[in-house]
Design a protein around this ligand. Structure first.
Ligand SMILES: Cc1cc2nc3c(=O)[nH]c(=O)nc-3n(C[C@H](O)[C@H](O)[C@H](O)COP(=O)(O)OP(=O)(O)OC[C@H]3O[C@@H](n4cnc5c(N)ncnc54)[C@H](O)[C@@H]3O)c2cc1C
Ligand code: FES
Length: 276
């Protein structure tokens, strides 16, 4: 078996969220593969635009959805430019699922705090839907999601849906200057909004994904709220090539992020070299 050979996927639906972010629903051309496909939230795939190359994206649908998988991407370069042009009915390639996953079993019985910035909503969204579809296993859910401007928020319709669930609090924010006249969310940077929100942190775990600066300033807030390092999770986005531990492209010191990550808790991250 060739581990680099992608599966062929039908593009079912494409949705544009912002000026440079789209999400895509895909299903295996081989129907039996679609039925057998299993992954855990937090894992990623390697998606190919034929003739252009491969890119790594989180699988942002919940693992409980069986008819399709979804990914969401920002147009940044060669492959994502090509993916930007795909339409329903087109074919793309997929390898995966790869990497470890969010420890949703260990999180059972806990309150969940999800903190995301910008394009980081998709990797959190899969975990939010998973928790909502297994509602009885988890306590309170708090979602803090920020973007530069109102127009940069992704999955906006779902933010409103989540807020309708029992014991779910959704705090939306945009950077100062990014609000519109009808904006009814917070204005401020994610760490400051998190601090101001006085989110109860008893018996809680947090998943924080976003730009490095947002993560950097959110971590001390979470610690001050009383969360232990082992209860604060994030996902690393090191550049990847093979995705399966062969090429050495993704390493963080001695750790292959594609195999041992991308999900790490803060206790594990503190054991990696300084710049991680
Ligand atoms: C585990 C993992 C999960 C990811 N999940 C998502 C996701 O859900 N949605 C999404 O939009 N992106 C995600 N990324 C980042 C995504 O893989 C890159 O943005 C993409 O591969 C760029 O491809 P390109 O050919 O279009 O751009 P390139 O032409 O290769 O590069 C264009 C720009 O993107 C930057 N870039 C390239 N690779 C990365 C990377 N790995 N991380 C950050 N910046 C990069 C380059 O430095 C350059 O500035 C993820 C990366 C990893 C490793
Ligand atoms: S991406 Fe090749 S070893 Fe991790």
């Amino acid at each position: 078996m060739n581990i680099y050979k992608p599966d062929l996927m039908d593009v079912l639906e494409v949705n544009q969220h912002t000026a440079d972010i789209k999400s895509v629903k895909i299903a295996f051309k081989d129907k039996s593969k679609q039925q057998d496909f299993a992954f855990r939230v937090g894992q990623f795939g390697i998606f190919s635009a034929f003739g252009y190359g491969e890119s790594t994206f989180n699988i942002c649908s919940s693992s409980t959805w069986k008819d399709y998988a979804e990914f969401c991407f920002r147009r940044t370069g060669k492959v994502t430019e090509a993916l930007w042009r795909i339409e329903p009915g087109d074919t793309i390639g997929f390898r995966g699922p790869y990497g470890n996953h969010y420890p949703t079993d260990e999180w059972e019985g806990k309150n969940l705090i999800f903190i995301g910035g910008g394009i980081a909503m998709p990797p959190i969204r899969c975990a939010i839907w998973y928790a909502l579809e297994n509602r009885e296993k988890y306590g309170r859910i708090t979602i803090v999601y920020g973007a530069r401007t109102v127009g940069d928020l992704v999955y906006r319709d779902e933010l409103d849906k989540w807020a309708g669930y029992k014991d779910v609090k959704v705090i939306r924010c945009v950077d100062p200057g990014g609000e519109t006249p009808d904006w009814d969310g917070e204005v401020g940077f994610v760490p400051a909004v998190l601090e101001k929100a006085s989110v109860p942190a008893d018996n809680s775990v947090a998943l924080v994904i976003g730009p490095p600066i947002m993560i950097k300033f959110s971590l001390p807030v979470l610690s001050k709220m009383g969360l232990a390092d082992k209860d604060i999770y994030t996902s690393l986005e090191n550049r990847m090539k093979c995705g399966v531990g062969k090429c050495g492209r993704c390493n963080a010191g001695p750790v292959y992020v594609c195999k041992e990550g991308p999900v790490f808790n803060l206790e594990q991250l503190k054991r990696l070299p300084e710049d991680y």
